[in-house]
Every structure is written in C-alpha cells, then in structure tokens.
Design a protein around this ligand. Structure first.
Ligand code: PLP
Length: 340
C-alpha cells in the first residue's frame, strides 16, 4: 500500500512521473537486468535533479509562512543550490545562496561554470563563504546558513531557510516517499518488480524517503545507498535520523529497522566531490554503452557501486535492479580535467 501524502500541500515544479527505461547494453555487460529511473531529466526547471522533487513539498510551506527569499547552502558546484535558485525563480521568490569550498578540487573555472553559473543566471545571489578548501562535506553548517539568513533579515527580507540538500528539514523526506509510490505505480504498468534499488546518498533524505515509502509496500526490496560523502557512518546517521522523522510525519505503521538502512562506503573515496578510478570508469561505461551521462560527485560513484557489486556477484545474476539517476550533470564541465 502506498503511503498517503494527501494532507501535505505540494507545488508542482517537475514533470512527474519521471521515465523508467531498461539499459540493455549495460545489462548484457553486467549479467543483471539494469533499469534506470531518470530523475535527472524529470524537471522543466533548469536541468532538475532530486532536489526538485524534494522542494515541491517545501515551497508551499515557504509561501504559507509569507517568506520572500529562499536561503540555502551547498558546495560551489552544488546541484542543490542550483535547484533552490530554480524553484525561487519559478515561484517568484528571491534567492540567496552560501557556497562552500567543500570539494578539494582546484580548477580556475570551478566557481564560474556549471551549477553556479546557472544559479546566477536565474537571479540568485551567490556568496562564497570563507571555509578553507577541502574542509570536507559538512551538513551541519548552521553557522554560514544562519548568517546568510540574518543578512536577508537585516535588509528587510523574510528568509525561508533550507538546509544542505533540503534534507534535515521536517518536510525534506516527503519527495522520495512519493518517489516510492511512483515506482510502485510504474511497476504495475510495466509488469516488472525491482528487487534491488541502487541510489547515491549524501545528505540523506533521498534514501530516507525511499526507505519509508518502500517499507509501506507489500513486497520487500533492498535499497542500497552508495555513500558520496566519504564518511559512511555520518551518512548512515543522517539517513536513519531522517527516515525515522519522516516515518513519524507520514504516520507510517512500519518501524524503520537499522537493517533497512544500507549505506555502502566503498565507492566514495578519496573525498567528497573527488572521483576515483572506479568513478571515471563507471562514467565512461554509462556514456559509451547507454549514452547515459553521470557526474564525478554523485552518480558516477553510485554507478561504480552498481557495476562492482554486479561483477562480484553481491548483486546476484538474474537480479532486476533499479538504478536511480538523481541528476548532477551540470557539474560535469567543472571536472573536465578528470577525463583528460
Ligand atoms: C544531492 C544529490 C545526491 C544525494 O542526495 P541526498 O538527498 O543529499 O542524499 C545525489 N545525486 C545528486 C546528483 C545530487 O545532487
């Protein structure tokens, strides 16, 4: 049974349902059946991605509170802050973004192209924070975020504060609860069942929402989160916290067991925002076999995890796997050197 979300207001920002496609050439290569859920292309807003699905449930709250400025935080090449900028532009709100140097990636155009360029084009004010490069991914950057909100208030604005990844927010898990409902409906249409779902995981509410949504359904399946923070214990803590809070919010009858939260840390190294050899190989395989483009920060790592687990037999032959593509391609140009 699908989790009922009728009592939560939703502002449409994307085109849903997003398509599910089989990846025939990658499937043949790996000996499992791989399908992709294309949340990377499901949005009319500035290239979309998973934050668009989440923000649909936060925007009505911002409007109900009478806020006029969305305030958020992310890395310099954050897909999240670009999607906040898009949501603000599309709903007539202002946007102020704190951009942190989380990823230790030195590149003269890193803060000029890709996501940050798009955010600026959409009218967002982007403010570089002074955190030194390579401090790693820090979700709990209450400091920078609150300071940014304070500056909006000083200027007479009414900020609506959205944490990193729109994750650690009371409504942050709802988008991917609805995602699980959407997948169940598409499975009925396609007459298939995905026993394994592979997703990138970072600030946590994507995986957390899925776990809550899928837990409410009849047939059990495994959701494998591939860590991208290079800090799997912290990632698991975030996913677990958000999953439990979201389960309470939607009044789920199923408790979220620790075993339901699978976070695999093997594919994230050497650091958040920095690809490894497996990441680059996976990006090339997705592109050459399926013309499916992935990025070095998130989806290249989750695809590398899927490929490695299929090759090792951890995902057994004959499995039917749903690879969830959450976006991220706008960051690719900032990483051109990784493909030289
Ligand atoms: C944010 C993001 C993720 C991680 O999602 P979380 O909800 O933060 O765990 C994965 N892929 C892409 C492209 C993202 O932008």
């Amino acid at each position: 049974m699908a989790v009922n979300l009728d009592r939560f207001p939703r502002q449409q920002l994307g085109f849903f349902p997003t398509p599910i496609q089989i990846l025939p050439r990658l499937s043949r290569e790996l000996g499992i059946e791989v399908w992709a859920k294309r949340d990377d292309i499901g949005s009319g807003l500035a290239f979309g991605g998973n934050k668009t699905r989440k923000l649909e449930w936060l925007i009505p709250d911002a409007l109900a509170q009478g806020c006029d400025t969305l305030v958020s935080i992310g890395g310099v090449q954050s897909n999240h802050t670009r999607q906040v900028a898009a949501a603000a532009a599309a709903t007539g709100l202002k946007c102020r973004l704190a951009q942190e140097h989380w990823a230790p990636w030195e590149e003269p155009v890193y803060d000029k192209v890709g996501n940050i360029l798009l955010s600026r084009l959409m009218g967002a004010r982007t403010e570089m924070t002074s955190t030194p490069a390579g401090e790693g991914f820090a979700v709990d950057l209450e400091g920078s975020l609150q300071e940014t909100a304070d500056r909006v208030r000083l200027e007479g604005g009414a900020p609506y504060v959205i944490p990193a990844g729109a994750s650690d927010h009371p409504l942050g898990g709802l988008g991917y609860v609805e995602f699980a409902n959407e997948v169940e409906r598409q499975e009925a249409d396609l007459d298939v069942f995905f026993d394994t779902v592979v997703t990138a995981t970072g600030t946590g509410s994507t995986q957390a929402g899925m776990v809550v949504g899928f837990a409410g359904q009849e047939r059990p399946r495994e959701v494998i989160g591939i860590d991208t923070l290079a800090d799997p214990d912290e990632t698991r803590r975030l996913v677990t916290k958000i999953a439990r809070a979201t389960a309470d919010l939607v009044q789920s009858r199923k408790p979220i067991d620790d075993e339901a939260i699978i976070v695999d840390g093997r594919f994230a190294g050497p650091a958040y925002g920095v690809p490894n050899d497996g990441t680059i190989e996976a990006i090339r395989m997705g592109a050459e076999l399926e013309a499916m483009i992935t990025d070095p920060v998130y989806e290249g790592k989750s695809l590398a995890g899927l490929i490695a687990m299929a090759r090792s037999g951890e995902i057994p032959r004959g499995s039917r796997v749903l690879y969830v593509h959450l976006g991220g391609v706008p960051a690719l140009d900032a990483y051109y050197r990784a493909f030289d």
